[in-house]
Design a protein around this ligand. Structure first.
Ligand code: CUA
Length: 318
């Protein structure tokens, strides 16, 4: 039950509240089913013992009436009122953090990946990344969610409930992890062929580690040191990559696909579909639609030499 996407291994206050609510609903449902099934079995056995009783049809005796009032009215009322109170409490906890969020991240859903834009205290957005949301441990983070195309839904079960991303509007939610770790999330609103391959990760790190990560992400792309990587950058600019992707500090300013300024720092490519290794990256660049049918990323017609150089360049974008 403690898998990556399990509702039963929460890692933050909102996730924990939903886990408690989940356990309550599960236990009370199981209990009700067991009690009702037990009573039905008991009634069947009783009827067999005393068939004559079934002939007496009339208004219930006072003793029977008490059972109806208790089992049919009082107990269900108590269960429903407790469930309502629990649910309202959970809505309160999951809706807004108990204290001010440390910062905001704008999350935009795309077919089929997540664009993440960190809003700094002064309102600027210097860090733009994809699919992998880094956060400091123990800090509530505000998420503003919208979509660039169809309806998606953001769900990291360990950290909070689901929140839809609708084109043209912004929904707000929040997450907080109270221990370091990587928490997997998933799009949970069917959004087309690759809906299942629209994963996301929240990487919760101690404050210093997070600050280092943020500083490295703010920096523009490093100047490639090797001849291979320099050639790869030239391939990137002339082969069409730059038309869809941004690499800050270079002429590449495309906004269609993920920002690649620090793509090598991410653990996966294609929204959790593939590990971010040179081999998978080369395969992805060569023929993305073969790996993720329907992706807007086209197959490239690069020669082996060019592909090798391009992958070397992407590997320098730490
Ligand atoms: Cu995005 Cu399903």
């Amino acid at each position: 039950m403690n898998g990556d996407m399990s509702l039963f291994s929460p890692a933050g206050p909102a996730g924990r509240t939903l886990t408690q609510l989940g356990w309550w609903l599960l236990s009370v449902s199981v209990l009700v089913v067991l009690v009702v099934a037990g009573l039905v079995a008991w009634a069947i056995v009783r009827r067999r013992d005393g068939l004559h009783a079934a002939d007496e049809i009339g208004s219930p005796a006072p003793r029977e009436l008490r059972w109806i009032q208790l089992g049919g009215v009082a107990i269900p009322a108590v269960i429903l009122v407790v469930t309502l109170a629990f649910t309202l409490g959970a809505v309160h906890v999951t809706g807004a953090p108990a204290r001010r969020a440390a910062f905001t991240v704008e999350v935009t859903g795309h077919r089929w990946w997540w664009e993440l834009r960190y809003v700094q205290a002064d309102g600027t957005r210097r860090v733009v990344t994809a699919n992998e949301l880094h956060v400091p441990v123990g800090e509530p983070i505000r998420l503003e969610l919208t979509s660039g195309d169809v309806i998606h839904s953001y769900w990291v079960p360990a950290l909070n409930g689901k929140m839809d991303l609708n084109p043209g509007t912004t929904n707000v939610t929040w997450i907080m992890a109270d221990r370091a770790g990587t928490y997997r999330g998933q799009c949970t609103e069917y959004c087309g062929r690759q809906h299942a391959n629209m994963a996301t990760f929240v990487v919760a790190e101690p404050a210093e580690r997070f600050a280092e990560w943020l500083a490295s992400q703010e920096a523009p792309a490093a100047e490639p040191a090797s001849a291979d990587a320099r050639e790869g950058r030239a391939v990137f600019m002339r082969a069409g990559c730059a038309g869809c992707h941004t690499v800050r500090g270079t002429p590449a300013v495309g906004r269609v696909g993920p920002d690649l300024t620090h793509v090598a720092s991410r653990r996966t490519i294609a929204a959790g579909l593939l590990p971010n290794t040179p081999g998978y990256l080369a395969g992805w660049v060569s023929n993305a639609p073969a790996l993720k049918p329907g992706t807007p990323m086209p197959a490239s017609m690069l020669r082996p030499r060019e592909l090798h150089a391009l992958v070397a360049y992407l590997g320098t974008l730490k």
